[in-house]
Every structure is written in C-alpha cells, then in structure tokens.
Design a binder for this molecule. Sequence first.
Ligand code: M6R
Length: 365
Amino acid sequence: ELGENPHYMLKEIFEQPEALENAMRGRFSADGSTSVFGGLNISVQDLRGMGRLMICACGTALHAGMVTEYLVERFARLPVECDHASEFRYRNTPLFAKTLFFVFSQSGETIDTLAAMREAQRKGFQVLAINNGVGSTIAREANGGIYQHAGPEIGVASTKAFTSQLIIGAMLALHLGRIRDMSFRDGTEIVSALKGVPDLVRATLKQAAHIKAIAQKYAGFNDMLFLGRLELFPIALEGALKLKEISYIHAEAYPAAEMKHGPIALINEECPSVFLVPQNEIFNKVVSSMQEIKARGGPIIAITTSDAELPEGLADDVITIPACHEAVLPIVATIPLQLFSYYVAVERGCDVDKPRNLAKSVTVE
Ligand code: M6R
C-alpha cells in the first residue's frame, strides 16, 4: 500500500488534493452559490433559528474546529465556541437552548469526544459529527453529520484528515452564511475558491524539495515557536503539534501579538520562530512581531503568500504559498507545516508513522 512512499505520512500528505475533492464532491448547489449536505437531519428553518455553534474535539480535530470558529463567525455572523472535548464533558458549561452542536473526529472513536457528544445529547441537544470513520461509534451515535470521505489515514500524525475537516468547516461556514446574510455573489466567490483549493495544494506540494532543505537546516534545534493570527492561529497550533508529535522537538504556538506578553523571553539564536504571514489586513502587525524577534537574534522561517512583500532580509528562510481566499488559506498554509515537520523528523531519525507514546485513536480517558 505504501508504494514508492517511505512513510504513510508522506503518502497521506500527497493524497490531500484528492481527499479535498472527495470532501466537496456533490456538495455544492446547482446555482454554485452554497454548499449542501445530505445528512444534517435538521431543517433549514431550525438551522436558521440557531443562535450559537458549539464545537468539541481533541488534538488536530480541535484545531480544525478552531479554524471553523473563525470562518463561521466571519461568514455567518453566528457566535461560536470551541472546546476541548475532555474539558467540556466535565466543566458543565451553561448551554444556550438554540445551540447547534458539532463534534469533529477523524476516527470517530476518541473517547473524550464521544463522551462530550453523549453529555450534550443527555442535555437534550442534537449532536452532529464531522467524521472520517464510516461506521464508527461517533458516526453511529450522532444525530447527523458530514462524512469526510478522506480515505483511511494510517500515519499517527493526522494530515489529510485535518485538511479535509478544514474544507468541510469552510463549507459549513458558507452554508450557515448563505441561510443568513451572505449574498449570492459572496457565496459564488467562496464556492469557486473552495473548488480551486486542490490545485493550490498541488502547487504547494511541488515545493517539497525546498521545504526539505529548510527542514534539514533546522532539524538540530530543540525548541521552536509557531506564530500566526486570525484563522492562521489554529494553523500555528497544528504546526507546533505536528512537530512535537513526530520529531520530539519542543514547540509552542501563539497568536503572534501574544509574544510580547511572555513568550518573547524565550527568544535567542537557539529558538527559531515559524511565522505565518499572509497578505491581509494585519500583515504589517505580523511583520512588526517578526521585527521584534529579529532584534533579539531569533531565526525566522516565514510562510507567506505570493501577493505579500516581506521586508528584505527579515526572514532567514521563506516559503511562499499561492495568494488565496481566506476560506481556503488555512488549508494551503498547512501544507508547508506538514512537510516541514515530516522532513525534520526524518532528518532526526524518528519513527514518523509510529511516534513514541502515541496511538492513532485515543480510546481511553
Ligand atoms: O480521531 P480523532 O480526530 O478524534 O483524534 C483526535 C486526536 O487524538 C488526534 O487528532 C491527534 O491529536 C493526532 N495524533 C494528531 O496528529
């Protein structure tokens, strides 16, 4: 099954364009202005009446939920809360009656996510699932949901299941937006951005050799920071999680502006920072965070978009991804982070597909 690939993780990273196509197949309206889902089991009137979205998940799936939070708030103007499933199940948070409840789980077997779902159901909520494991426990017990159709993911570090959840999250934000205030025109713009994402991912995957060279340069460090803002903050969290899972490098992620509230004390020549710095309304703010790091001798790897102009010499290494719509930027920005952590781990001689202390699905509390 591995074919020419040295590891499942690399195979699955390269399967992402197809996984994204599979997540979208048959899920756009004929007029091309919104997404449609067959299994939500909730009427459009009830969906329109929801006052809040609550998402529970663990690990990488939680990061997908956090990106969805940004997109749903932006596109649908619906307040969203995203919680660790393990916290939700015990913290007994007050829940507003008109809450749309989602769990995200690749395997559909994660015990904390299942328990969060059961707790919400016990309180009378219908819980929907975004899930890749057809026939899984979560799929069977959920009141409805959206299958990812990403195909089996063997590598313990989640890759294609994550970007597949990101695209479904973006489609959900579009769907919720179009039944509220989003115009036909804005809807069609998002649909065409979504349809274009597999090609943007293919183009980004072509940079694997460049990313490998950068990864080899940084593989000897023991600490790294990942910094991003807005919908790329959860992507920074995912970049740090991926790196620690498979390379055992200590990595942390923050919203870039949070640096000056403490983490900047860590910065020196031994602690590189990976910045997600796309062209957007706060590009200059992220650049000034980069300058603060640079002034303290911290090496910088920048992941930026083709329409951005980074000040000359600010980053030590640059990976440029295609300029794209904010609905799909998190997906495209994830690709270099996956490849970076993969090549760092290979360079360090780690067992990429079976990292120490980790299981593919966490079925014990
Ligand atoms: O199967 P799930 O999506 O519910 O799994 C949740 C987490 O255990 C999982 O994403 C974990 O963080 C992965 N090892 C990430 O690579």
